[in-house]
Every structure is written in structure tokens, then in C-alpha cells.
Design a protein around this ligand. Structure first.
Ligand SMILES: NC(=O)c1ccc[n+]([C@@H]2O[C@H](COP(=O)([O-])OP(=O)(O)OC[C@H]3O[C@@H](n4cnc5c(N)ncnc54)[C@H](OP(=O)(O)O)[C@@H]3O)[C@@H](O)[C@H]2O)c1
Length: 470
């Protein structure tokens, strides 16, 4: 019996053997089956069990498996002993790896999703018990391997051909390892994949599943409830209501709150239930634009001026409750399709001389920079939280950016006329806009991300007029 709690790895990646002290006295014994704090400190995943199962094995020789499911398990015995064995059925190099160990009440094993699980009772009346982190579903079939598979060669203490071994007909008919389709890993899902940012994300995550409003209307609660979230490890939400001025109108206000407030709250609930990482995007509009030396930091209190910023702030608060979340706060996004830079480029080539506001200061964010930062935070396993992301460089007003676009388009920058937000808004129904949109990039930099200078990104963007950001 173990004197203290210990956790050991095995040849199957992620399959962990946990040995726990069993406290014995005159009455019997006691042990902690699952102790989240102590066990996660030793490396057991915080796997969030939602169902506990017991299986009673009347006689020595009862043999069950080899079954893999798309959820993690934590297995042990309450009485008796089993010889337990596992076969890795996940896609990848470790497919087919095996491990076996005897389990008594002092031993538990963490079995990761996709690893086939089997055991043989070594004593009459053995009670095998396991915790799982998803509810069993009858509408799906899962990989199983024959207990007697000649490749896996599990050393069962009681021969499967002996009269002592009790095996169900179903388990006897399971296929050989060579006939099993490996279980695919949980995937990445991009929501809002048809939007400006969504299209860039689709290019950055070429293996991701893409979803737009036609495939899944995120405001449809029934559709959200039916969606197979368990198939995904990471959900990247690029869907939003981004029509800042429309959001001030009665119809737009509802749409903005639905998509920017309620949808992230629903996704937060989904993320916690399915233990997935939720990536979400925020905006400088959650701030009132008061000048902050060095730019707005991630932990600044919200102070949105308009409905768009208010609805986005609500979404941020909801997403921030998710255990594994990244909120990438960005400003002045430039991607494919109509946007400020393209409009200025067009006006420059058409010989026009636009009036552009000179009192809103910020930095451009090209969508490939934001996608790259998304991939980076996920790849390095950055601490969950909010990260500001824009292209680095000197803060500029919209008028200064327009002048630079004119210059790069062969026009005289002086052809861009400065105006004020007040003058520009006269006679127009515009949402209030923050004047100081500059975001501090220190936190992102501390994760090892090197940004692409905004002026360099602008030159590259303008030189690829039809393809957008390369
Ligand atoms: N644009 C900016 O300057 C800016 C600045 C700061 C932060 N941001 C943030 O950056 C993120 C991306 O913005 P963006 O400019 O890429 O947005 P976008 O181009 O307006 O795209 C929004 C996407 O949301 C999808 N969508 C709308 N309603 C939906 C629904 N009911 N169900 C599912 N999808 C739905 C749209 O899909 P359909 O086309 O299929 O309807 C569209 O693809 C947002 O979070 C935004 O708030 C943007």
C-alpha cells in the first residue's frame, strides 16, 4: 500500500497510474478516490467528472473491454482486484501502444480520451468503479478491440479460452486492432469563418472546422444545444455584430446584444461543460477613449460609450469566466473586403481628396497579425486571460493613416484634409467613438510574440490589392 499519493506515467501518453494511501482500521478502510487539488498538483488533468459508474463482477474471470470512448476516465476498484489493460486507439504515433497493471483499492488510473480500456476481475465480487467527464451517449459508436487481439497481446492472468473467463458475446465479436479506425483528436472550430477575421483564421488554422451563420446560427439556442461541442478542443469565436452605428438603432441594439453579449455567454457555458478552450475577440470600444499613457492595459475597467462597446464588454465578462479562455482585444481591424484602408486606396486612385478625422488615435490591426497572435497564444499555452493585439508602431490618427495610404498610392498626402469627429459627425447618426484607442502590447510581448510593424504590414497590404493581407 502506498504511504503517500503518487502519480506515474506509462508508455501510453497521458495514461497515469495514481497510487493512494488506504487508511485501515478495525472498521475497514477509507481512501480518497478523486482529490482534485492534490491530484492535479501531481499532474493528473483537472478532468471535470460528470458521471460515476460501478460495475459489479460476480465471479473471478469476468473480463470486459477493450473499449475507447471520446472522454476521459478515472478507474479504480472499491473491493477486490482486477488486471487492467489499455490499448492506445488515438490517431498518431502511439496508436497500438499497450500497458497493463493490477488494480486494488490503492491504485487508480487516469485513462485519456481515445485509449481503449479493459479489465479482468481477479476475485469474486470485485466492484470496479470509474468517473467520466462526459455523459454516455447511445447515438454513437466508439472504437473497440478484441480482448484476444494478437498484436496487443494483453497478458491476461486468466486465459480467455478457459472456462473461468466470462466475456460478453459483444466483446467476443470486437475487431482486431488492425481493423480499428483510430480516434481523431478533438478539433478546432472557427465560428464566424466568413467574416473579415474569420477568413484569416481559416487560413491560419487549415485543419479547423469552419462554421458560418448558415451552418450554425449562434443566436439559435436549440441549434447550440444540439451541436457536437464534444468533438472540439478549441472554439474560436470570430462572429460578432460589428456595425457600430447600427447598434445605436432599435433593431441593431437587439442584434448587437444578442451576438456580442448573449452568444459569448452561451459559448462560455458550452466551454465549461465540454472543457474546451474558448477564444474570443474584444475591442477598444469597451473603453471611453480617455488618454492613458502607454495605451489601455488589459485590466483597465470597462467604460464603453456606445451600444457596440457595451455589448462587447458584456461578452468579455462572460468569456472571462471560462477556465480556459483567451480574449484578444484589438482595434481598427483590416482584412479582406471593404475597410478604411481600401477605401482610402480607392479614393487615392480615383483622384479624390477626402476629409478624415484627425482626433481619434489608434493603431491598425491586420487580420493576419490577429490570427497569428491567436495561433501563438494557443501554441505556447499562454496563461488564460485577455491579451491586447494590434500591429505595433507609432499611434496614428485616421487622417495620418489616410495620408500614408495616399503617399504609398503615389498621391500627395496633403490631399487628405483633416477634420474633427464633431465636424465629420454633423448631420450623421453616428455612434460615439473612443478618441484614444491605443492598446498596450506589453502583455502579448511577454508571451514571446513579436509583432509586425504596422507600416510594414500596411505596405504589404496595399501591394496586394485584390488578395487582401497576404
Ligand atoms: N472590425 C473591426 O474594426 C474590429 C475592431 C475591434 C474588434 N473587432 C472584433 O473582432 C472580431 C471580428 O470582427 P470582424 O470585423 O471580422 O467581423 P465581421 O467581418 O463583421 O464578421 C462577423 C461574422 O459574424 C458572423 N455572424 C453574424 N451573425 C451570426 C449568427 N447569428 N450566427 C453565426 N455567425 C454570425 C457573420 O457571419 P455571416 O456573414 O454568415 O452572417 C460574420 O462572418 C469581432 O469580435 C469584433 O467585435 C473588430
Amino acid at each position: 500500500m502506498a504511504a503517500s499519493l503518487s502519480v506515474a506515467g506509462t508508455p501510453i501518453p497521458g495514461l497515469l497510474v495514481v497510487r493512494s494511501p488506504v487508511h485501515i482500521d478495525a472498521r475497514g478502510w477509507f481512501k480518497e478516490v478523486w482529490h482534485r487539488e492534490k491530484m492535479t498538483a501531481l499532474g493528473v488533468p483537472d478532468f471535470g467528472p460528470v458521471q460515476a459508474n460501478l460495475s459489479y463482477n460476480a465471479r473471478r474471470g469476468a473480463t470486459r473491454g477493450i473499449h475507447a470512448e471520446p472522454w476521459d476516465k478515472f478507474v479504480t476498484v472499491a473491493t477486490g482486484r482486477v488486471h487492467a489493460a489499455w490499448v492506445d486507439l488515438r490517431e498518431g504515433e502511439s496508436f497500438g501502444a499497450t500497458y497493463d497493471v493490477e488494480i486494488d483499492p490503492s491504485v487508480a488510473v487516469f485513462v485519456p480520451r481515445g485509449v481503449g480500456n479493459a479489465y479482468q476481475a481477479l476475485e469474486d465480487g470485485t466492484v470496479y468503479t470509474y468517473l467520466v467527464n462526459d455523459h454516455w451517449r447511445s447515438d454513437r459508436t466508439y472504437p473497440a478491440v478484441n480482448l484476444a487481439d494478437s498484436t496487443a497481446r494483453i497478458p491476461w492472468p486468466i486465459s480467455l479460452d478457459s472456462g473461468e473467463a466470462e466475456i460478453s458475446d459483444k466483446d467476443r465479436s470486437n475487431p482486431a486492432l488492425g481493423e480499428v479506425s483510430a480516434m481523431a483528436p478533438r478539433r478546432t472550430l472557427i465560428l464566424g469563418s466568413g467574416g473579415q477575421l474569420g477568413r484569416a483564421l481559416a487560413a491560419t488554422f487549415p485543419h479547423a472546422t469552419l462554421s458560418d451563420s448558415h451552418k450554425l446560427d449562434l443566436t439559435d439556442r436549440a441549434a447550440l444545444a444540439k451541436f457536437p461541442w464534444g468533438d472540439y478542443e478549441v472554439v474560436v469565436n470570430a462572429a460578432a455584430f460589428t456595425a457600430v452605428d447600427e447598434a445605436e438603432e432599435p433593431v441593431g441594439r437587439r442584434a448587437a446584444w444578442a451576438l456580442n453579449g448573449s452568444v459569448p455567454a452561451a459559448l462560455a457555458e458550452v466551454a465549461d461543460r465540454h472543457r474546451l478552450t474558448l477564444v474570443h475577440y474584444s475591442t477598444d470600444y469597451v473603453f471611453d477613449g480617455a488618454f492613458i499613457e502607454g495605451g489601455h492595459r488589459e485590466d483597465e475597467a470597462f467604460s464603453p460609450l456606445g451600444v457596440y462597446g457595451q455589448s462587447k464588454a458584456a461578452g468579455d465578462l462572460a468569456v472571462a469566466t471560462v477556465a480556459r479562455h483567451y480574449i484578444l482585444r484589438t482595434s481598427w481591424l483590416i482584412g479582406e473586403g471593404a475597410n478604411f484602408v481600401r477605401t482610402m486606396q480607392r479614393l487615392a486612385t480615383e483622384g479624390k481628396s477626402p476629409s478624415v478625422v484627425d482626433d481619434q488615435i489608434g493603431r491598425l490591426t491586420f487580420v493576419d497579425e490577429l490570427s497569428r497572435a491567436t495561433r501563438h497564444l494557443l501554441a505556447v499555452g499562454a496563461t488564460p486571460g485577455t491579451y491586447n493585439v494590434t500591429n505595433p508602431g507609432p499611434p496614428m490618427s485616421w487622417a495620418e493613416i489616410a495620408r500614408r495610404v495616399f503617399e504609398l498610392s503615389g498621391r500627395d498626402p496633403a490631399d487628405v484634409v483633416s477634420t474633427t469627429t464633431e465636424e465629420y459627425g454633423s448631420g450623421r447618426r453616428l455612434a460615439p467613438r473612443p478618441r484614444w484607442s491605443v492598446l498596450s502590447l506589453d502583455k502579448l510581448g511577454s508571451t514571446g510574440f513579436t509583432g509586425t510593424d504596422a507600416d510594414l504590414a500596411l505596405r504589404v497590404y496595399l501591394s496586394a490589392p485584390t488578395a487582401g493581407v497576404p
